[in-house]
Design a protein around this ligand. Sequence first.
Ligand code: G3H
Ligand code: 13P
Ligand code: ZN
Length: 289
Amino acid sequence: MLVHLSELIKDAKKKNYALGAFNIENLETTIGVVRAAVKMKSPVILQVSETSIQYAGLKAITSIVQAIAAVEAGDIPVSLHLDHGKSFRSVAECVRAGFSSIMMDASDMPFTENIILTKQAVDFAHRKGVFAQGELGIVKGLEEVSPEERKKMMTNAEEAEEFVSKAGVDTLAVAVGNVHGIIKMQKGNPGLDLKRLESIHKIIPDTPLVLHGASGMSGQQIKDGIKYGITIINTDTELRLAFTQTLRHTLENNPDIYDPREVMTPSIEAIQKVTEEKMEFLGSAGMVK
Ligand code: G3H
Ligand code: 13P
Ligand code: ZN
């Protein structure tokens, strides 16, 4: 069933586990993630990026999530989130479409502009009862910046406190060494700055922190993150790899099949498997009684 993100956060905080936020872009990826949630008895956040909205259409992707949450998920709580909203317009569209949470990502703007842009989105979302995530510090891909530049882009604890109080966000995405995209899985994951994370959590203990770029992180890294206030963990690339590698394998090994359902089913199962593993690491598995 589709629920508001606030319900999921409340339970995760109470029981001390993290929620998985998984990027989906179509019917197949949605089914894969939701089947994992059902099998693992885990709450789940389904999130769509602006790119996925362009690909599938907002109405279509929203309807897919609503239908799958109502039918396949049964009693398992599912929430729908906008990932990395870059404009007020896309935030507003997702709020109107029925998302229970949005992200306004103005993290590449200077501090004051980030606060102004985020607050504008937060105020709009809150008027409609929708939760809002902001980002402070910048989570880049490994290929985009040097290690020295990355350090400068990390979240500063005092600024985080000011950002949360001025922008009014419900959750905060932090940059603590986490990296977006596939390249960290090829070149090695730089690891988390746990001291920094701890100092952020100490200064804003009531703000659930969001860890982007979780693909390729070890179970231990994830557990360490949760210890210091991470409540939501975003995974995209690992799902994409599972889907696509399986699709390639299916087609190469079955040159005669042409029914899209036969082509896609192993990829849906691959998404489900990766999601189930993540839910174990997060501690969200078994949390729906
Ligand atoms: O963190 C970003 C997500 O992986 C979304 O990426 O814009 O290619 O859908 P995308
Ligand atoms: P990865 O693709 O690195 O898992 O990051 C996902 C993410 O942060 C989505 O917002
Ligand atoms: Zn992200």
